[in-house]
Design a protein around this ligand. Structure first.
Ligand code: PLP
Ligand code: ZN
Length: 387
């Protein structure tokens, strides 16, 4: 299948190579597939395929047909009904897509598996990333698995568990006395200076982000229907955008007819995308206020790259969804209630997807009988200090 990198702003298209922004206008790029009957047949065939693995979708990832995947058993995560929690909080038809059981404990293994497979194909020596922790842990694990070098830039406020794991897997770690956006700029320069692969989870790396689409494919195959709402915790929001892209591919292939509404959730302490959504703004502005949040995994003020937030805002609007923010007290309360009523342990950033389901109903965005899926993006074991 022919692959290209396509600019989301000006439409400029060129072959896939290591390139982080559109060379014409500096816009965000995404991987675009030449759409043929073969593409449609491939997507339709998934329904009759016994293989549910992450790599059963590899024809729709930007890797060569002959490449051996770098894999730790990522993807194919369970979908769990939240019946007892739903009764407690007044919600029915509510499920969790539980990414917490991923090899590194977060969904970041999906983009990282694709990125490291691509890096091996292209003989790139080193993965480099800025991270609020989970991307760093995942990158260090996949780099070890693939025999790649790995360098991670993290804010000093990153959880101790995540810092310890990154070091344990042998990655080089650079701790920044600043926020994620500052780590972002340093990683970007380092990758550019050395021709390393920048796998930072913003809209930096269109190759890596293709791995996230598989959440949509799996949701459809597991549920056999499209949920009314998919709730995703967002920093810059590439997971949300990629999940919607996955559903759009299923629709284009004629496998589904409706698309879900996408709800993006942020911590009220750092909520640039929610603010723009509430103000009806067409563009997201960077978050200049100082902040302190237990939801470290999604604390991204978007300083110097607010256009990444705008990309997510546009997808939320296109899907007729919404953006919601959650207070510190509410997310910590739901983290405990989720644990007690369902036996599921998520990190605080991830629990915002639980709190947001309640808000969706209370604020009148969702109808009483809407089918809601919350994406549980990260495992609580890497975020123990707020207990
Ligand atoms: C990375 C991450 C997110 C969302 O990240 P985006 O990069 O904005 O897609 C959500 N939850 C957790 C736990 C994360 O680690
Ligand atoms: Zn462009």
């Amino acid at each position: 299948m022919k692959l290209e990198l396509k600019c989301k702003a000006c439409g400029h298209q060129e072959p896939v190579y290591i390139q982080y922004k559109c060379p014409k206008c500096g816009g965000i790029q995404e991987v675009s597939y030449e759409w043929t009957e073969e593409t449609e047949a491939e997507i339709k065939s998934w329904n009759n395929n016994d293989d549910n693995s992450f790599w059963s979708y590899r024809r729709l990832y930007p890797i060569q047909p002959a490449s051996i995947p770098v894999s730790l058993g990522e993807g194919n995560t369970p979908i769990l009904p939240l019946k007892r929690l739903g009764e407690r909080l007044g919600l029915s038809d509510w499920e969790l897509k539980n990414e917490a059981v991923s090899p590194s404990g977060s969904f970041k293994d999906r983009p990282m598996a694709v990125a490291s497979t691509f890096a091996i194909e292209r003989h790139i020596s080193t993965l480099v990333t800025a991270s609020t922790g989970n991307t760093g842990v995942s990158a260090s694990m996949y780099a070890a698995r693939a025999g790649l070098r790995c360098k991670i830039y993290v804010p000093a406020t990153t959880s101790r568990e995540k810092l310890a794991l990154i070091k344990y897997f042998g990655a080089e770690i650079v701790t920044i006395e600043g926020n994620f956006s500052e780590a972002y700029l340093l990683a970007k320069k380092d990758a550019a200076d050395n021709d390393w692969f920048n796998v930072t989870s913003t809209f930096m790396n269109p190759i890596a982000l293709e791995g996230n689409k598989s959440v949509a494919y799996e949701l459809f195959r597991q549920k056999k229907t499209v949920p009314d709402w998919v709730i995703v915790p967002i920093g810059a929001g590439p997971l949300l955008v990629a999940v919607y892209k996955g559903f759009k591919e299923l629709k284009r292939a004629g496998v589904i007819t409706a698309l879900p509404k996408m709800a993006g959730v942020q911590a009220a302490e750092v909520a640039p995308i929610v603010q723009a959504f509430q103000e009806g703004a067409s563009e997201v502005t960077a978050w200049k206020r100082s902040f302190q949040t237990a939801a470290g995994g999604i604390a991204d003020p978007l300083l110097t790259y607010p256009q990444d937030g705008t990309c997510t805002l546009q997808t939320i609007r296109e899907s007729k969804g919404c953006a919601l923010s959650i207070s510190e007290e509410v997310m910590l309360y739901h983290r405990k209630v989720l644990a007690e009523t369902e036996g599921i342990f998520l990190e605080t950033a991830s629990v915002t997807a639980i709190s947001a389901a309640v808000e969706l109903k209370e604020k009148g965005f969702a109808d009483a009988d809407d089918d809601i899926v919350s994406v549980g993006t990260g495992n609580g074991l890497k975020d123990m200090s707020s207990l």
